[in-house]
Design a protein around this ligand. Structure first.
Ligand code: SF4
Length: 753
């Protein structure tokens, strides 16, 4: 069996040494890189061959890749590297890696075309000046062959180990048994649909209720399909930490020896020296990182189970950074569990690796209803004038002029806009070019002063770059707006936003890059809302898993006598309190009550406490930390009594599990509709234009999704019994009821007492 490896991956494995150095190196964006390569190729003569596919073999190794360009007239093979800033500052180990790559390509070409020798060139293309620096060397084919074979020999033990691992893994997965005596209700249906999706190479949207074991029901079929579908990796992506933990628990239950499992955590959670910078002079775990990496990598691969703690242990035993060791191990793991952003963000690690290595990957997106909002954030950018003002005072003299130019044009925009908020058809070109000028000036400054630790400057720099990138891709999927607020001395300050409203154009290529992507959640209804916004074809297979729960388990009562609309709030307080007290007296136990805002929550809670002082209540507060959130949840004890007051769409509206008597009912005194404000009104307009359903896409669907999630806290197992009070007359409307789970049976509205 052959082991296929990309030239770049081979060289990164064999030719990287020395320190990890993430000091300020202003890397070009992917688009700038592509444009730079194209420009270099366009400057070459007619016979120039760009993007030359090359491959060769050595023992069980198949080495493949695309060389950037070959000029047959000059017999010169070029490797193009785009950069910004001062080339002299490029660390020596980067240069060494570049030479290794071009030498490997050199041999592959000599072999293919029977050449006795060849000129190899590194072409460094400066994105700023568009100038090329060419370093070239002449090599004999024999020497290049020796170099190639040496690289292969240094990789071959690892490749053989990887082949043995893949064989053992595939054999184990073929015979993998479901860890329970039987599937839960609906779980088999889900597992079969996931298996079919990966077998036919398509995406799947699956709405499956809580309690059927979705995590196990999606991971198990993918592992069973691993060999048959020749998968390289499975990525399990979660919106929040508890989702990651559920995936790790399911993988443990499956006892998937010798599968390699990796958990990716954010840098701020994995870093051992948060005060330091990521380079050898500052952080001991970056110093000599690549020299110690081979031993750490080998130990980590043997360890196989690399959750956060296990990975940290290996990393520290070998004195390398745990965060960057995890990034390395993403290359060598079978299942990677991490946040959405590792696959969907603008420059996502897992997506980048999958493309570069041509991996066949299957992606699971847990609680996928969250992806709409999360992806909107990933593809949005904003700039606050306050940040620029502060920077104006502290910035070094050389940056004053370009920053002042940005400030001047920005203030002009403020003056030209009479109202506090306005959306524009596109971002203003004058401002964008001033921002670009500032970014270039800051790039040069930071390149000349790489040890600068001005966090205000760096923040503005990264925000301005993100703004520029998003502006380049501006289209009907996004909105540009300016929001003013009064500043000192009567001068307005403002915030500029490029808000992504429809992430579909950015996400669709990510789905296309996978063998299959399964998006699953308890609330993906209505499906066209999610497929339109996420970029899934309207004919993407859809599965609605039957609920294991029966209508008898949950009483759903609609309080039509109450309106929770803003203008009716004051008069709604007494009936809500009365309804809650009546329910509590009828069946004492633990309840959750959801409101649209902290203010509303406070008003109801105050009245309730006054009128029913003997009923224990506890309240969600703004900005609770992890310990406070835990304390709130722990008050829901089996056999306990009381009411927890929470905000819909907040920390307690989804992702918490309170089975049995820990929670026997919920009061939902809101439709969860997003606030009526100019931004949401713009969203509504855009949704109307794009999908013909402005109000539904901007307000109704996101609101009801939160209601259903919150109500879903009550029934967690087939033994649970509970009640949900939907408190607002609008819950009786057919267009609202259509969005509620079809296993609910709605009781007739109660007459007011
Ligand atoms: S330990 Fe922290 S500072 Fe050191 S290299 Fe890792 S992430 Fe950077």
């Amino acid at each position: 069996m052959a082991y296929s490896v990309a030239v770049r991956a081979l060289c990164e494995f064999t030719a990287k040494c020395g320190d990890l150095d993430l000091r300020f190196t202003p890397a070009p964006t992917a688009q700038e890189g592509i444009a730079g390569h194209a420009l270099v190729a366009s400057r070459r003569g007619e016979g120039y061959q760009a993007e030359l596919a090359l491959s060769g073999e050595f023992g069980p190794l198949r080495v493949r890749g695309r060389a950037d360009g070959y000029d047959p007239d000059l017999n010169r093979l070029e490797e193009v590297k785009t950069y910004r800033g001062d080339l002299a500052r490029m660390p020596a180990n980067h240069r060494q890696l570049h030479w290794a790559q071009v030498k490997v390509y050199g041999w592959l070409l000599c072999q293919q075309q029977n050449l006795a020798d060849i000129e190899l060139a590194l072409v460094y293309f400066d994105i700023g000046s568009q100038k090329e620096t060419l370093l070239s060397e002449r090599h004999r084919a024999d020497d290049l062959r020796a170099f190639f074979e040496d690289q292969c020999r240094r990789f071959i033990d690892w490749a053989e180990q990887e082949l043995a691992h893949a064989g053992a893994r595939n054999t184990a997965l073929e015979t993998l048994a479901f860890p329970h005596a039987q599937f839960r209700h609906g779980q088999r249906q889900l597992a079969e649909a996931v298996y079919k999706a990966v077998s036919t190479g398509c995406c799947l949207m699956a709405q499956a209720p809580t309690g059927i074991g979705k995590t196990l029901g999606t991971l198990f079929p993918l592992l069973k399909a691993f060999q048959r579908q020749a998968l390289d990796k499975v990525f399990f992506l979660a919106a929040k930490t508890p989702g990651r933990q559920l995936a790790l628990d399911a993988l443990r239950q499956l006892r998937t020896e010798p599968l390699r499992v990796l958990e990716l955590v954010a840098r701020d959670k994995a870093c051992e020296f948060p005060e330091n910078a990521c380079h050898g002079e500052s952080c001991p775990l970056a110093r000599g990182f690549y020299d110690r990496l081979p031993a750490a990598r080998e130990a980590a691969a043997k360890q196989r189970w690399l959750d956060r703690d296990a990975l940290r242990e290996v990393a520290l035993a070998h004195q390398v950074c745990p965060y960057y060791l995890a990034q390395e191990m993403a290359r060598w793991s079978d299942v990677v569990v991490g946040d959405y952003n590792y696959y969907f963000d603008t420059s996502a690690l897992l997506h980048g690796l999958a493309c570069a290595n041509q991996w066949r990957v299957s992606v699971l997106v847990d609680e996928a209803h969250n992806l709409v909002e999360r992806a909107r954030k990933m593809y949005s950018a904003e700039l606050d004038q306050l940040g620029l003002k502060a920077l104006g005072k502290s910035a070094p003299a050389v940056l004053k002029k370009p920053l002042q130019r940005v400030g001047r044009i920005w203030s002009e925009l403020n003056r030209e806009q009479a109202e506090d908020y306005r959306a524009y058809p596109e971002p203003p070109q004058k401002l964008l070019s001033a921002l670009q000028g500032a970014v270039t000036a800051i790039t040069d400054y930071l390149t000349d002063n790489p040890t600068t630790h001005d966090s205000a400057l760096q923040d503005f720099y990264f925000e301005a770059m993100q703004f520029g990138r998003m502006a380049e891709q501006f289209d009907s999927h996004s909105l540009f707006d300016l929001s003013k607020r009064p500043g000192k001395g009567g001068r307005d300050l403002s915030r500029l936003c490029l808000r992504n409203l429809v992430p579909a154009p950015f996400l669709a290529p990510r789905f296309a890059a996978s063998r299959s992507t399964v998006l699953f959640s308890a609330t993906l209804n209505p499906r066209h809302y999610y497929s339109d916004l996420l970029g899934l074809a309207r004919n993407t297979p859809w599965l609605e898993v039957d609920s294991p729960f029966s209508a008898e388990q949950l009483q759903v009562r609609v309080a039509t006598e109450v309106s929770t609309r803003y203008q009716h709030r004051a008069s709604s307080l007494a009936p809500i309190v009365e309804l809650m007290a009546r329910q509590f007296a009828e069946r004492p136990g633990n309840y959750l009550a959801f409101f649209s805002s902290y203010d509303y929550l406070q008003q109801v809670a105050s009245l309730f406490a006054r009128e029913h002082p003997l009923v224990p209540i506890w309240l969600q507060a703004r900005q609770m930390d992890e310990a406070e959130r835990q304390a709130f949840i722990q008050r829901f004890e089996a056999g306990g009594r009381g009411i927890g007051f929470a905000v819909l769409g907040g920390a307690f509206g989804e992702g918490i599990d309170l089975p049995g008597e820990r929670l026997i009912g919920a009061f939902i005194a809101t439709l969860g509709l997003p606030q009526l404000n100019p931004v949401n009104e713009q969203l509504k307009q855009r949704m109307a234009g794009l999908f013909g359903a402005g109000y539904d896409y901007a307000y109704l669907y996101p609101g009801l999704q939160k209601v259903v999630q919150a109500a879903g806290r009550v029934i967690r197992t087939t033994e649970d019994r509970g009640v949900v009070h939907l408190i607002d007359d609008r819950f009786a409307r057919p267009e609202v009821q259509r969005l509620l789970p079809n296993w609910w049976s709605m009781e007739k509205p109660r007459a007011s007492p």
